[in-house]
Design a binder for this molecule. Structure first.
Ligand code: CP3
Length: 343
């Protein structure tokens, strides 16, 4: 079966599918008992990311269980700072920890990632690709420079990204250097994932929504645009999904500047706004509230129907508005897939 017959790739080429293809952000993760078992045996999260057999196995778990239309490579956006020599660790239940970056560290940062660190990621891509069912597409990903920088500066997740926002106001030149390094390294990282077999890539800008418009343009739009241009210079037909989470009406600016094939919407997106500003320019991906997936029942059925009614008449990929939550019952994921596929 040729690649063009994979439903997600069709949508990314602008061709609406009668039954929308579906995958979920964080579809491989702690809500799955089989993930928790592998994670417990491996001990550390980074060991999972950098052991190709384990990363490939975890990537395939949700495909086997649910039959999603895409597999997303199991890894994390923070492998990039790790490959830039920053210490990264994941404490169970606490989220990521990094050594916080200050202005003197930025001057000393390498401009290229340690290639040897990322090689196992590309090997995992190759392994998954060989084992995927023919209709299932393989997605690679990375974090957008702004979102990755927020973790590098703060050393952890923060509720409002105040450390990075403050740093960017006080030290715009140093911050710009950090963003430029992340643009270069992340573009190359995506190119290598595609060369290893990823059929599309998603750029996660999870914290795009906390910036005022001027900063959003400078630290989210312009960097992701440069990344898209860099990737397409190497791979002209590269399929790119942008996910500027929470950016509201600034989505129009994002789409003016960033040449993405699809844009991921969070659950708060306004359908009328999306119709006016997104339709005809990019496919839509999203945007079920992860909390309604967790809650289940009739509320879930209603929410699925709303998402389909709002977006499925054009090129559309069904997804969540953000990652699946660890407490989500597996049954609710099954319920969702059944309902979409009967629609
Ligand atoms: O979507 C997938 O299934 C692919 C794998 C994937 C992970 N992280 C695995 C993971 C992807 C695409 C990511 C992206 C990621 N990582 C983002 C962007 C998207 C988003 O969700 O906002 C961000 C901001 C991170 C950073 C990160 N990694 C955080 C904040 C955390 C802790 C919170 C949490 O949910 O545990 C992680 C850890 C992480 N990344 C886990 C998984 C499965 C849990 C690790 C564990 O304890 O086993």
């Amino acid at each position: 079966m040729s690649e063009a017959t994979k439903p997600i790739l069709e949508v990314l080429s602008g061709n609406r599918q009668k039954v929308p293809p579906v995958w979920f952000m964080r579809q491989a993760g702690r809500y799955l008992p089989e993930y928790r078992a592998v994670r417990e045996r491996a001990g550390s999260f980074l060991k999972l990311c950098f052991t190709p057999d384990l990363a490939a196995e975890i990537t395939l778990q949700p495909i086997r269980r649910f039959g999603f239309d895409a597999a997303i490579l199991f890894s994390d956006i923070l492998v990039v700072p790790h490959a830039l020599g920053r210490r990264v660790s994941f404490e169970t239940g606490e989220g990521p920890r990094l050594e916080p970056l200050d202005i003197s560290d930025i001057g000393a940062l390498p401009t290229e990632a340690d290639a040897a660190i990322l090689v196992p990621v590309y090997e995992a891509v190759r392994l998954v690709k060989r084992k995927l069912p023919p209709r299932v597409a393989l997605l690679g990903f990375c974090g957008a420079p702004w979102t990755v920088a927020t973790y590098m500066i703060a050393g952890r997740g923060t509720p409002d990204q105040a450390p990075a926002r403050t740093f960017a106001y006080r030290e715009p030149e140093a911050f710009a250097r950090l963003i430029e390094i992340l643009i270069g390294v992340s573009s190359h990282y995506l190119v290598e994932q595609i060369r290893a077999g990823a059929e599309a890539v998603q750029i996660f800008d999870t914290w795009a929504g906390v910036l005022p418009p001027r900063e959003f343009e400078r630290w989210c739009v312009a960097p992701v645009r440069k990344m898209a241009v860099n990737v397409r210079r190497e791979i002209p037909d590269a399929k790119i999904i942008g996910f500027p989470r929470g950016c509201g009406a600034s989505l129009a600016t994002y789409l003016d500047q960033v040449p993405v094939n699809a844009v991921g919407l969070d659950w708060a997106a306004d359908p009328a706004f999306v119709h006016e500003h997104v339709r005809g320019r990019a496919a839509v991906q999203g945007n079920l509230d992860p909390l309604v997936l967790l809650a289940g029942g009739e509320a879930l059925d209603r929410a699925i129907d709303d998402v389909l009614a709002n977006y499925a008449e054009g090129p559309f990929i069904f997804n969540l508005g953000h990652g699946i939550l660890p407490e989500t019952p597996v049954m609710h994921v099954e319920q969702t897939l059944q309902r979409i596929r009967l629609s």
